[in-house]
Structures are given as structure tokens and as C-alpha cells.
Design a protein around this ligand. Sequence first.
Ligand SMILES: NC(=O)C1=CN([C@@H]2O[C@H](COP(=O)(O)OP(=O)(O)OC[C@H]3O[C@@H](n4cnc5c(N)ncnc54)[C@H](OP(=O)(O)O)[C@@H]3O)[C@@H](O)[C@H]2O)C=CC1
Ligand SMILES: O=C(O)CCC(=O)C(=O)O
Length: 475
Amino acid sequence: MLEKNLIGGNWVGGAQALEIRNPSDLSDVIATYGLAGKGEVEAAFAAARKAQPAWGRATLEQRSLVLEAIARGIFDNKDRLAQILAREGGKTVPDALGEVMRAGHIARFFAGEALRMPGEKLGSVRPNVDVEITRDPVGIVGLITPWNFPVATPMWKIAPALAFGNGVVWKPSEKTPGISVAIAEIVAASSIPAGVFNLLIGAGPDVGAAVIANADAISFTGSSTTGRRIAVACAERLIRCQMEMGGKNPLVVLDDADLELAADIAVNGAFFQQGQRCTASSRLIVTNGIHDAFVKACAERIAKLRVGHALKADTQIGPVIDDTQFRKNLGYIDIAKGENARLATGGEALELETKGYYLAPTLFADTTNAMRINREEVFGPVATVIRVADYEEALAVANDTEYGLSAGVCTTSMKHARHFQRNVEAGMTMLNLPTAGVDYHTPFGGRKASSYGPREQGRYAVEFYTQIKTSYLLA
Ligand SMILES: NC(=O)C1=CN([C@@H]2O[C@H](COP(=O)(O)OP(=O)(O)OC[C@H]3O[C@@H](n4cnc5c(N)ncnc54)[C@H](OP(=O)(O)O)[C@@H]3O)[C@@H](O)[C@H]2O)C=CC1
Ligand SMILES: O=C(O)CCC(=O)C(=O)O
């Protein structure tokens, strides 16, 4: 059993064994981990509390250099990390490599941000008084992260947390411990003082809950159900929280769209990375004039997608992460069929050379926005088409959802593009681009049930990871 929890600079084990298998090949047992329990959580927070004050007082350059070393460690190990991620998480190697590179760029970006700690000097309404606005670290930040982007998502929390002087206790999803340990090894090798950064491999309901009970702030990415529960627990403790949750992201395709481009964008946004993206285009909202040609063009492209073992060179769509997601996706396919959605393509589990969690990318047409398949997050390679009469109806349908993460429009009309950008109820909008796939230096997040709390990423991250102090000084 591997001893892979990082506490106070030491690698330690845990009592309960967790066996991880390759979702592309269930006969491939990757490793067995010793899961952390409440004792390890307490030890991690004790270590972080001891180490954080000095880290919070470290020079900006010291912190920047640590971030730079983390970035270098990620770039230097990119191929090894991509292989681990592909084997454990079912991502194709190019997708895995893309994610690893993104994490490296995020760490490098925050090496710069560490040097640009913002502050402000204001005049006072009183004579001979100066006012300074400065920022302090929040303290010990608990990071709870999911399995679908197990490198980039943690890094867009770890990097700003460290850059702005916080201690970190990170609880990744227990579905992807191997890649989490590999990232933690790189952080630990960066000359970061022992105890500032800690990793706990453990289950959400016990270790995650214990992290929430001990942290000064929580940054979470995952489902809206879990996010809601965590936000309530944080409110009870009066600690700040930042929640990135689900999506039911609309891609609107208008009559004047470039058909080939729109179909490419839809297939990319809906099915790549098995649709396991909070930004996935799960609702394709298409106006009458282009509808039939669009559905045909998408179905042709989807039928040609190569589903297979994530480590095989020509695979475009890998397996879904585990048995729970596999069954959940199949369950939603049954629900859609039961709602009389028309199966345009896919709709079944696939048996390939190796036994894994393979699903045929699935497109339903003739759906309505009231159907469950269009209201609940599936989080798999399943998308729907909703036919609408015109742009106005398309926008209304796009906004008729409890979520508001990402929203796209395919059109050649500047008028509609600008109107959509201004009026769609989403945190991120895309014009003639997939709803998924974002830059690493810009704010990431949504509205409604998709996000809660300050934005992540880019220079906006400083809002969550620092607290403001206003100082009055008699001159
Ligand atoms: N929008 C997004 O980015 C994501 C959305 N999802 C959605 O969530 C569904 C379920 O996936 P799942 O992995 O279970 O997502 P969860 O939201 O349950 O898990 C996300 C993270 O929260 C942890 N966690 C779970 N329960 C608790 C808790 N009570 N207290 C503290 N931490 C907790 C998990 O730990 P652990 O995994 O170890 O239990 C994981 O680290 C998917 O089908 C999908 O719809 C999932 C992942 C990302
Ligand atoms: O679309 C992206 O690039 C990011 C998606 C994401 O962060 C997520 O699915 O959790």
C-alpha cells in the first residue's frame, strides 16, 4: 500500500486501502493507496498552521521563485504526467498533455502575480491622515477538487493560494490519486517550506468534511449538489468559500452560421474529453432553417469519432472515469429515450479490445428544454438538439436553466452575436468557439447554480486568496 499523503513535508500512509484501476482497461491495477482519515487531517492542519505565518511573511520573490520552480517541474515532467493522467483518468494523451501544459502555464502566471501583489494608497477625509489598503493571506485554504481536470483545476487553486502567502491542505478526488501525488511531488521538490503545502488522499464525505471543519477558506470544484452542501457548512463556520459547479451549457446555432464550423464546434464542445467538462455543450439549440443539415453534419462527425483506450495514439474519445459515471450516463440515455427524444446516433455501451467504461458518443434530436435530459447535468458524452424558431426563442431557451457557466453562439451576424454576449445569463460566452476550452490567465466562473463566491483564475484570483486591511496613519 502506497504512503502518499503529504503532511508537514513527510509522506505518510493511511489505514484504509483504495485500489485504482485504469478505466480504459479494468484488468490494469494501477496502485493501492492508504487513505487518510481524520487523524491525518488534523496533522495536516497542525503542520500548515505552524508553517504558514513565515510563508505569509516571505518576500514576494521567495514565493515567486517557488511558483516558478513548480512550473518548471511540471514542464520538465510533462510527458510522464500526461501518461499518468491518461492511464488513471481516461484522457487521451494529447488532451492529458494539454491539461498538464495548462497547469504549468498557470503556475508560471502566478509566479508573476506573486510579484504584483496589489495595494492602494488613498487620501483621507481627515487632515494629516494617510490611508493604505493592503492585502494579507487568508490563512490555511482547503482545496477540494474533482477528477475531470485533476491537474489544471487544482493548479488554478494551489498556485494563487501559495503566491499570496496561504498554507494549503489539498483534498483531490479519490478517483485520481496518482496524478495528484505526482503534482504534490513536484510542489514538494520546489523548495517550498515543509508544511505550507499538504496533500490528503481521502474520501469526500469524511476527509473533505474534516477539511471544511478546519480550514480558514474553501475553494471547491465539483457537482452543484456537493457544492451547495459545502457552501452551507462554510457559512455555518463563517469562512469564505468559492464554488465552481455544474453546467448545462447551451450552444446556439443560427441559420446564418457556417454549417461546417458549427458542427465542428458542437462536436468538440459536447464530446471531447468524453463530455466530462463543466463547460461541455450539452444543449445544442438550433434554428429551423439550419436544423436538419446541422443534425446530419453532427451525426456524421460523431459516427467517425474513434472511441478507444486512452493511451492508444489514434484515440479521440476515451472511457468515462468509472462505473458510477458509466451507469449514470446510461441511465440518462434511458431517461431521454423514455422522454421520446429521438436518438440521432450512439446511445450504447461499447465493447472494445480491453474491458473499460466505453460509451458511444450520443446525440438526441427532437428534444424539448423541459425534458430531464435538458435540465440535469449528465457529465458524459451525451448531448441534445433543441429546435427553435428564431434567435429570440434560442436566447430564451439558452437562459431557461438553473445553470449559467458557459454559453456559445454560432452566427455570422454581428447584431445577434453582440446581443447574445450581452443578454445570455452565463459567466463565459463564446462566439464561433466551443463552450469548453478556456485560457489560463482570464477569470473562470459562472452565474446561478454554476458558481458561488469570487472568481477563479487570472488577476481576479487575488480577491479570494487575500483579505483586505485598511490602515489609517497620522502623518
Ligand atoms: N462541474 C464540475 O466541474 C464537475 C461536476 N461533477 C458532477 O458531479 C457528479 C458527481 O461526481 P463526483 O466526483 O461525485 O463529484 P463531487 O462534487 O461529489 O466531488 C467533487 C469533490 O468533492 C469531494 N466531496 C464529495 N462529497 C463531499 C463532502 N460531503 N464534503 C466534502 N467534499 C466532498 C469529492 O471527493 P471524492 O471524490 O474523494 O469523494 C471530490 O474531491 C458528476 O456526475 C458530475 O455531474 C463532477 C466533477 C466535476
Ligand atoms: O473548459 C475548460 O477548459 C475547463 C473545464 C473545467 O474546468 C471543468 O470541466 O471543470
